[in-house]
Design a protein around this ligand. Structure first.
Ligand SMILES: Cc1cc2nc3c(=O)[nH]c(=O)nc-3n(C[C@H](O)[C@H](O)[C@H](O)COP(=O)(O)OP(=O)(O)OC[C@H]3O[C@@H](n4cnc5c(N)ncnc54)[C@H](O)[C@@H]3O)c2cc1C
Length: 818
């Protein structure tokens, strides 16, 4: 008996010949796994249905099974612009180059295809057409000791090891599974789960052809009150559309109307006939040119459990998102892929392969699918509903924020960004090679490490926020400086220069020059050495803040104003500003690979700007000269830190102007150039230049640090402890500084200690961010963190920061697949 059981060959009975069933059949064939597919209809690709958006996650799986190239060969629309608009035509969001954005990010665009073409394409790919049985409506399933018997309503019985219910939202397999479970293991499923499925919206959809005045290069998404629509181009003049309306009272389960009469549909169309799609195009125009279409309820669900013993559901029978994010069929491909992954995992484990699969082995397959799929499906389904809530103005405040307020503060590609996370998280077939397509955003399974969970991510951010808060608090306690009556140079000579005055900016400049003079012109060598070291270590922050200010990630947030932060450090001390900058950076700066880019003109301007804007003024200020000139250099230096980002912008504009000098471009050429510039964010042309700038700054700062340390170490009157430590207790009320020079010296010491501490903590946090997102492996993150700790001692804080940023640049850009 045992031997015979062991020999029972593995076979999958697939119920349903839609996207889930057909893609599963192709995948099984790839691994020589036997199957039969039962389809209730008399043909595989009837001329019914709407347009289907095949997203990059779906494309990748189709590519693995050889269906992507044939899909592209259909000549599908190369659309340009996504428009989110009010039904009255008011534009909310416009995203140009949608097709390219997706393709550059993932190696695949979003392709719009009509359902019959895609079904036909999948069907054509199936080698063993004899395994597809039409006119087989499954009506019952029997669980046997080592397999299943699947009954069709013409009385035929199909034997298999497992049965897969890919039979759509009204799945007979799912309902049979519930019935069997109730008999065999009561309580395994909740009572009648299908009765709890809600349906918030219903829709009319279809394919129109040759609609006059409608651009085939645009995707239209509309926001309405209680309704919304999507219109997108297909191929051969086709336009796909869907217009949905919210039910006034949400029906559930069997109360959801399955079919709509012709009268109901006509009344619905009439209601929206005048709704604007584009200039000169109304909804009625689409309908008048409709070739095929219908009306349907839009269920919204992810079932809590998808399997029982040898029965499993997938595709719409298990998860059904609203079509808003165009993910239903894509999720079906994903589920098919994960089921095959689960089967092959078990095959790998068993010496006898899949033959004679025990119940315990089947359970492993089912558990694998459910654990890998249910939370993913929930995320997609919830997000698609959120999308619907916004577009349908279910919550006017939410819609107002999402469509009116946010677009003013976010990048143009915001619309696409929102979907990208869903796509990047998608699985693929583990046991088939992933075709090499150049792309920038790694899919989750391409990352060097598994991203960490949300809770750990939040906990780390809270801890980091606490550390920055503590630094800000300490800065408040320790940064003490009396700025009154600061009119003298080195507490001896009055500052009488044209830029100095007793009021306004002239007074501020005089005060700052006076404060600095207490250090640089101090007779105390230790104070002077500390100041030289401190100012040289600021190079790292100035460079990094300038780079971050010009990074694509920060184009629309406050970090894009590095000159503001670098002005504030002059006024308040860097230890007051660095923690705020670090907090803002940790919260606002997206680590996405597609946001890493810095324009090459900016990159090429960094070294000259740093040299002229900061290094030269710093050297001039630190070298003693006649008092008048020295005062001038010191006053000029006050502008040095913000001068770096300002000069970077000026130089890069100059480079651009120089490049274009004498070139006359047509309007078309200018348009093309602008497009290339928009899409340049996906290149890594800037990395080499950035790394050169980081190396330059590292060299300058490390040299300064090492020479300073050596000097202090060898000088008989100096000691490291006295120069960098020996600080008074910040919680003591009165420090009783003997003179102003000592007071300023302590101010600078605390400024350096706290700011460099904050920047080192931020450096560690930025390493954690890369590990959090799965961009680097744990051991590499640990090595980088240790390098930060030791680097601060050996090459100094500034050089450590720029070295870290260079490593970070490589780690992120290294994820780009060429
Ligand atoms: C208007 C609209 C627009 C959409 N747009 C998109 C989009 O842009 N992108 C996207 O990814 N998804 C989209 N979807 C969702 C997508 O169509 C579905 O998620 C997808 O079709 C699910 O595939 P499936 O194979 O699970 O089920 P189905 O496609 O429903 O296939 C089920 C198959 O099983 C057969 N069957 C049913 N009962 C039995 C039985 N008892 N025995 C044997 N066979 C049976 C059916 O005849 C059918 O062939 C859209 C859906 C709608 C309604």
């Amino acid at each position: 008996m045992g031997a015979a059981k062991d020999q029972k060959p593995f076979k999958v009975v697939i119920v349903g010949g839609g996207f889930a069933g057909l893609s599963l059949a192709i995948m099984l064939e790839k691994f020589d796994i036997d199957y039969v597919l039962l389809e209730s209809r008399g043909e595989i690709a009837p001329a019914i249905g709407a347009g289907i958006a095949v997203c990059p996650n779906g494309c990748r799986i189709l590519d693995q099974i050889g269906c992507y190239e044939p899909l592209k060969a259909l000549g599908l629309a190369h659309y340009h612009t996504h428009r989110v608009q009010g039904y009255d035509g008011r534009q909310h969001l416009v995203c140009r180059d949608g097709y390219e954005h997706y393709e550059k990010r993932f190696g695949y665009p979003v392709l719009f295809v009509d359902r019959p073409s895609l079904v036909r394409l999948l069907h054509n790919k199936i080698q063993k057409k004899e395994n597809i049985q039409l006119n087989k409506r499954v009506s019952d399933i029997k669980l046997k000791q080592d397999g299943v018997q699947v009954h069709s309503n013409d009385g035929q019985i199909f034997e298999g090891s497992i049965v897969v219910g890919a039979d759509g939202i009204y799945s007979a397999v799912r309902e049979t599974m519930y019935r069997i479970a109730k008999e065999v293991q009561p309580g395994y499923f909740a009572e009648n789960p299908s009765s709890k499925v809600p349906c918030y919206y219903f829709a009319t959809y279809g394919i129109a052809k040759d609609v006059p005045n409608l651009s085939l290069e645009e995707v239209y998404i509309s926001q309405g009150k209680g309704f919304s629509y999507f219109v997108f181009p297909g191929h051969n003049g086709q336009v796909f559309f869907l217009l949905d309306e919210k039910y006034s009272k949400t029906p559930y389960g069997d109360d959801i109307q399955r079919r709509f009469s012709a009268e109901e549909e006509a009344a619905f169309i009439k209601k929206y006939s005048n709704t604007r799609i584009a200039d000169k195009v109304r909804f009625q125009d689409l309908y008048d040119h409709r070739v095929v279409g219908g009306m349907t309820p839009l269920h919204h669900t992810v079932y809590d459990k998808w399997s029982f013993k040898r029965i499993i559901t997938m595709g719409d029978s298990a998860h059904k998102p609203n079509p808003g994010t165009g993910m239903g069929a894509n999720l079906a491909f994903e589920s098919a892929a994960e089921l095959v992954n689960g089967i092959l995992n078990v095959q790998k484990e068993r010496p006898q392969g899949l033959n004679g699969l025990e119940d315990s082995d089947v359970k492993k397959i089912m558990d694998y699918v459910e654990s890998s799929r249910i939370s993913r499906a929930r995320k997609v389904v919830d997000e698609s509903y959120e999308n619907q809530v916004v577009n349908g103005t279910e919550n006017p405040l939410k819609t107002w924020i999402a469509l009116r307020v946010l677009p003013n503060f976010v990048k143009e590609s915001f619309l696409i960004d929102a979907q990208c996370g869903l796509m990047a998280d998608a699985p693929s077939l583990h046991y088939l090679p992933k075709p090499q397509r150049p792309h920038v955003v790694p899919f989750k399974d391409e990352l060097p490490a598994k991203p960490v969970g949300q809770i750990a991510a939040w906990a780390a951010w809270v801890a980091f926020g606490g550390a920055m808060g503590a630094t800000i608090y300490l800065a408040g306690k320790s940064m003490r400086l009396d700025v009154s009556n600061r009119t003298l140079w080195a507490n001896a000579v009055p500052i009488i220069r044209p830029w100095a005055s007793s009021k306004g900016p002239g007074n501020l400049l005089r005060v700052m020059t006076s404060i600095f003079s207490d250090v640089i012109a101090s007779e105390n060598l230790a104070t002077r050495v500390q100041a030289i070291h401190f100012l040289s270590q600021l190079v790292g922050s100035i460079l990094v803040w300038t780079v971050e200010g010009n990074r694509e990630a920060n184009r629309t947030n406050i970090l894009s104003l590095p000159a503001l932060f670098l002005t504030l450090i002059q006024l308040r001390g860097i230890c007051h500003i660095a923690p705020y900058w670090a907090l803002l950076h940790s919260a606002l700066s997206d680590t996405g690979v597609h946001y890493r880019f810095v324009k090459p003109d900016i990159v090429n301007s960094l070294v000259p700007a740093l040299t002229l804007g900061y290094l030269v003024p710093s050297v001039l200020m630190m070298i003693p000269s006649n008092v008048v000139a020295w005062q001038d250099w010191t006053a000029l230096w006050q502008f040095a830190p913000p001068m770096v980002p300002i000069l970077t912008t000026v130089f890069s504009a100059g480079l651009r102007w120089w490049r274009n000098l004498g070139k006359h471009k047509t309007k078309e050429e200018k348009k093309q150039e602008a497009k290339e510039e928009r899409l340049a964010i996906y290149s890594d042309d800037d990395v080499a230049g950035l790394k050169s700038a980081y190396s330059y700054a590292t060299l300058v700062q490390a040299t300064s640090h090492i020479v300073t340390m050596a000097y202090i170490y060898t000088h008989p009157d100096l000691s490291l402890g006295k120069i960098f430590c020996g600080l008074p207790n910040p919680f003591e009320k009165n420090w009783n500084s003997p003179n102003r020079a000592t007071e300023v010296g302590l101010f600078f010491k605390y400024d350096m200690l706290l700011s460099m501490g904050a920047l080192a903590a931020h450096g560690l946090y930025s390493i954690w961010q890369l590990r959090r997102d799965g961009y680097v492996r744990t051991q590499d993150a640990v090595k980088a963190a240790l390098a930060v700790v030791f680097g601060n001692i050996v090459i100094g804080p500034g050089a450590t920061l720029t070295s870290l940023w260079s490593w970070r640049e490589s780690a992120i850009s290294g994820l780009i697949r060429k």
